[in-house]
Design a protein around this ligand. Sequence first.
Ligand code: ZN
Length: 309
Amino acid sequence: MPIMMPMIATPNQSSRRCPWKPEANSAPCTPPSPTPRRSAHSGMVKSGSVTLPFSRTEDNRRVPTYRDEVVILRTHKLGEADRIVTMLSRRHGKVRAVAKGVRRTSSKFGSRLEPFMVADVQLYQGRSLDIVQQAESLGSYGTDIAAHYDRFTSANAMVETADRLSDSEATPEQYLLLVGGLRALSRGEHVPRSILDSYLLRVMSLSGWAPSLDDCARCAAPGPHSTFVAQLGGLVCVNDAPAGSPRIAERTLELLRALIRGDWEFIDAASPAESAAAAGLVGAYAQWHLERGIRSLSHVSDIRGEGAR
Ligand SMILES: [Zn+2]
């Protein structure tokens, strides 16, 4: 069974701009020796002629810890016993942090920091990566998801999609959407592929990339239209549809609308063939609009092969 373990990208550190001279960012950025380099929000200043050394004690006075609820998106081994954990948090966007000693069997919170888990964590703000200090489980969805291949592949595609969100897109709404999706997967509430498709459409809607399902995506001519072209943004009119584009069935279009609304009565009543048609369009649309593509989508089972559950 292929387990997706994408490479960790280099931390995207924004270049710091003269924090000791906020009023003169265009000036050459040289630290005024011997005053230590401080972050702009530390609130620490030179007191009289005494310059505090840059020390751990001074760091600690910033009380740089914070708590948040998080979903674990992926983990990456670090050294002998540590892990780097990538999380989508409720209030702090995406967070990458080091969890020390979690790969030892004696670790207190190692099992709470596995993919698909929801946890309340306390983090210490490090200089490059934060450090997980505590983790309390809020939702152990991982076991029930991993026990079913189709749930597992859908969950993988969901966390990979969440991992693609930019910092400005990683809102509390995205956090709640992901938690709701993983919870539904773990409980087997609906066909896993439908949970994934609804999640993908709603992720893109929240980020302002909802497919056009009424007016033409190119010229905004009012519908109804019957050609869906993922690369053009959804439904397009006859003038904008490339020659030979396949037509979308009315039921498939209705199903796409239901997936965006989260209308599960309608979604659950769809036939496997209708669900498969919608899944193909959602997959193509998501691949195109999330630019780099969602690798995990290629592992999601064909909905016709597994039947509705
Ligand atoms: Zn048009």
